[in-house]
Each structure stands twice: as structure tokens, then as C-alpha cells.
Design a binder for this molecule. Structure first.
Ligand SMILES: [Zn+2]
Length: 488
């Protein structure tokens, strides 16, 4: 048999995962070699197969029809065709045994097989399903925008099938309201609320208890306050709210301000930064008899010091004393900073006052927007007026935000060259004091930024290195003058 090797890849999304033309050809040539297939021609085509009329494909068909080849080698059967016209052509050539074999990487198709047509049908069907589901999504969005809920009513409501609306469930709605009221006191967990409502007669459809997860879902669903949430977007619903927006907001605050329980294991701020000068192993930390100690892990097994424990509170002053080398007079830093700013012609106060005015008008807009929603939810204004007013507010917000953004960008571009330098100077000058009064997490942060390779021998500090740019600052003579500073 004389085989044509056919490779195809389009730039369309359906083919994004497909092997490149080079890879297809390489893999298939290896396969041909292994199966001892006689390749008479290689065709490569960069084109989608959704529509009939591919030039290279047509050339291949011509070659087969005239008997110059009678087999096709391709990566997958969908490389040949994704439309019924081309598919039918291949199928016809197969039936007439002009094509005696189609070999893909995984399968062999012979004249007796109808697999090709089937695969094309499948391809078209899956496209149809994709279109359908995006049509449904579009339809749902349109409904939501009109204020209608496109799905099953949440617990506490009913789907009124006759009027195609959402109605309040006379009994269940009471439990939802009760759940919100209980939670808003801030003194009940979801589990407790689930128990209370159970004793008050609340049952799920199955007749069982409503678990805490269900209660959580009520509390989190803005539907009960008259809004509808879909894919993170809020819509105003036509249904009657069960609770006020005020109660919903209050409950959300409680829900999201809960403190998370903290992990129990102790955090050792210096762990990972300290090295044993004697053997080069890193020091680890442990809690012993109520105190925190650092000691050599002796992981090389040769250390003479690994029985030496250093108390955490003797280590801290040693580390802090390092930072004395970075102490630069803060007044001097400020003078340097101000003079640099003057050179650039920046007037801080002026920018600040413009920004605060603009931010106040943004806040006013937010208040206006929320008043508008409340007024609408209370049925005091019509949807038309609401929409129009809302659009005005939103447009104005865009304008103000844009203005703020522009001013900030311009200002920060100017300041961005100065600010970090000043930060570094200030951080350095305060490092010692900051370190001593910092909590554990902050201590680690300071160390991480400023130093590395702290090594210890005989319970005292042996070596250390400052990270850049602090290494430069540490070399500035302690009582240096303005000129020296600027040179640094
Ligand atoms: Zn050691």
C-alpha cells in the first residue's frame, strides 16, 4: 500500500490542545517506520476542517482518486474532517476501496468501518451542545436583568408556575427570617441555630433536620433581601424580600468578621536564619521548661557545641545590637528627602487636598447608590426611574474615579523615585528599636529584609552579613555629615 501522511492543525480553539504539525509528522513517521508503512507523500495543512474546501486536503483526495495512493496516515480521525462533505468524500473512497486503510496513532480504519461518519457526527453534536448551553446562559442573563429568577426558588420561596414568578412560602419563609434574626444577635453559631429551628418545627424536604451548612447558605444569600446573585454579579429581583437590606448587611458583617482560630504550634522568629559557627549546621528552636531555646541541630554529627542551648531572650539583644550600625539621624533623612522633593517641584499638600475632595465625592456617590437601592426595594420608585438614576450615579463614579487615578498615577510616578530610598533609610535607622518591640512575625520580617548568615559560637555572635542596600548603609561612619551621606 502507498500511504499519504496528512498533518493538520488549525488556530481555532478546538485545536489548541492538538500537537503541532512538526510533532504530528515526527510521531507519525516513527510509527510508519515501526509498522513498515510505505509513505509516498507528506501533506501538511494549517486550516480548520469545519468547512469544506481545504486546498491541501483536496490535493490529497485527487491523488487517491487517481490511484497514486491508497492509504492515509494521520494523527487522529478528526484531522481528516470535521464537516459532512469532506467526511462523506473519505467515506465514499473507503467504500469503493480507493482507500484501503486509514491508520491513526491509535487505530486502524478499514473499508468496512463506518467510524469516520460517526466521528464527524459526534463532533457536530458536541458543537451543538456547546452552542445550546451558551444560549441557555444568555437567556438566563436576560431573565436576571429583567428581575426574574431563572432557577428553582430558594428555600422560603415557591416557584409560582402559573404566573412564572417567585412567591413567598407561607411557612418556610418564617424560618428563614428567624435564622437571620438569630444570627444577627451575634451570639449563635450555625449549629445552634439549626438546633433551635429544629425544635421550632423546621424540617428539610426529606423530613430531616436542616444542618448548619444550610443555615450558612441562607445567611449568605442576598436573594432574601430582594437581590439576586449570579456568577458574582448582583441583580435586582422582582420577588418580595423576606428581610431588609439593613438586616442582611448586619448579618454579613458578623459572618465575615469572625476571627479564625490560630494555629497552636509556636512560631520561632529566628529559626532558619541562625548558623552554628563550629560546624556550619543551622540552629533549630524548641520549647523546654517554659522557655524558648535555640541550639545546633548537629546534623553532621561532629559538633562540640550542640549541647549548648541559647535562650531566646538573650539572642534578641544580640541581634538588635547589630542594627546599631544602621542608625542614621532621622532628621537628617527628612532634610535630604525634602530637599530632593523640592528639586522635583512636588507640592504634597496641594495633591492631598484635591484627592481628599475627590474621594469625598466618591463616598457621597456610594451613599447615594445605596439609598437608591433601598428606595427601590421599598417600592417607592419605579424600575425605570431606578435604572436611569443608577446609570447617572455610575457614570459619575467612573468620571471621578478616572480623575483620582490620573492624579495618583502622575503623583506616584514622581514620588516613586524618592519614596523607596527614604523608606530604606528610615527602616535602617529604626531597625534596632523596631526589632526589640516587634512581635514574633514582625521580628522575622525585619531579619529577613536586613541580614543573613548570622552565626554563633560560644553563645555569642560570630559573623553576620547585611543584605543590600543595608550593607552600604552599615559602612557609613556613625556621625557623618550631610556630604558623606549624599555620597553614600
Ligand atoms: Zn554545630
Amino acid at each position: 500500500m502507498k500511504f499519504i501522511l496528512y498533518c493538520r492543525k488549525s488556530t481555532e480553539s478546538e485545536d489548541r490542545q492538538m500537537l503541532s504539525l512538526d510533532s504530528q509528522e515526527k510521531e507519525l513517521l516513527a510509527l510508519a517506520l515501526k509498522a513498515n508503512l510505505n509513505i509516498v507523500k507528506v501533506f501538511r495543512e494549517s486550516k480548520s476542517a469545519k468547512e469544506p474546501g481545504r486546498p491541501v486536503f483536496n490535493e490529497m483526495i485527487k491523488m487517491i482518486s487517481s490511484g497514486k495512493a491508497d492509504g492515509i496516515l494521520c494523527w487522529k480521525i478528526d484531522r481528516l474532517s470535521r464537516n459532512p462533505v469532506d467526511g462523506g468524500q473519505i467515506q465514499w473512497l473507503l467504500q469503493n476501496e480507493k482507500i484501503k486503510c486509514i491508520q491513526t496513532f491509535e487505530k486502524t480504519f478499514l473499508p468496512s468501518d463506518n467510524v469516520l461518519l460517526m466521528s464527524i457526527e459526534q463532533g457536530m453534536a458536541s458543537q451543538y451542545i456547546r452552542d445550546l448551553s451558551s444560549n441557555i446562559k444568555r437567556g438566563n442573563r436576560a431573565k436576571l436583568e429583567k428581575g426574574d429568577w431563572p432557577n428553582r426558588a430558594p428555600f422560603g420561596y415557591l416557584n409560582d408556575k402559573a404566573n412564572r414568578t417567585i412567591a413567598i412560602h407561607p411557612v418556610n419563609s418564617k424560618y428563614v427570617i428567624r435564622a437571620f434574626e438569630l444570627y444577627s444577635t451575634g451570639s449563635h453559631s450555625f449549629k445552634e441555630i439549626s438546633n433551635i429551628l429544629y425544635t421550632e418545627g423546621l424540617r428539610a424536604e426529606s423530613g430531616k433536620k436542616f444542618y448548619s451548612g444550610n443555615i450558612h447558605r441562607f445567611i449568605d444569600n442576598p436573594f432574601y433581601s430582594g437581590l439576586m446573585q449570579r456568577d458574582g454579579k448582583l441583580y435586582i429581583g422582582n420577588h418580595m424580600p423576606l428581610i431588609s437590606k439593613e438586616l442582611f448587611d448586619k448579618v454579613q458583617n458578623i459572618l465575615h468578621n469572625k476571627n479564625r482560630p490560630r494555629s497552636q504550634t509556636h512560631f520561632f522568629p529566628l529559626r532558619g536564619f541562625l548558623v552554628c559557627e563550629s560546624c556550619g549546621c543551622s540552629l533549630t528552636a524548641a520549647l523546654k521548661k517554659g522557655h524558648h531555646y535555640y541550639y545546633c541541630t548537629n546534623s553532621k554529627g561532629v559538633c562540640t557545641e550542640h549541647k549548648t542551648y541559647m535562650r531566646e531572650n538573650t539572642l534578641y539583644p544580640m541581634v538588635a545590637s547589630l542594627f546599631e550600625k544602621l542608625d542614621i539621624d532621622e532628621n537628617l533623612i527628612e532634610i535630604l528627602y525634602q530637599s530632593a522633593k523640592e528639586k522635583l517641584g512636588l507640592d504634597e499638600d496641594y495633591v492631598k487636598s484635591i484627592l481628599s475632595t475627590l474621594k469625598m465625592s466618591l463616598e457621597a456617590l456610594t451613599a447615594k447608590e445605596s439609598r437608591l437601592v433601598d428606595t427601590f426595594l421599598d417600592r417607592q420608585i419605579s424600575k425605570e426611574i431606578y435604572d436611569r438614576k443608577m446609570l447617572e450615579v455610575q457614570n459619575e463614579r467612573v468620571l471621578v474615579s478616572k480623575q483620582i487615578q490620573e492624579i495618583q498615577e502622575k503623583h506616584s510616578k514622581q514620588i516613586s523615585t524618592l519614596e523607596p530610598t527614604k523608606e530604606i533609610f528610615l527602616r535602617a535607622s529604626r531597625a534596632r528599636k523596631d526589632f526589640l518591640k516587634a512581635n514574633d512575625e514582625e521580628k522575622r520580617e525585619i531579619i529577613e529584609i536586613i541580614v543573613w548568615n548570622l552565626s554563633f559560637k560560644n553563645q555569642s555572635m560570630a559573623q553576620h552579613q547585611f543584605k543590600s542596600p543595608y550593607s552600604i548603609l552599615s559602612k557609613v561612619p556613625k556621625d557623618s555629615d550631610f556630604q558623606t551621606m549624599r555620597r553614600v
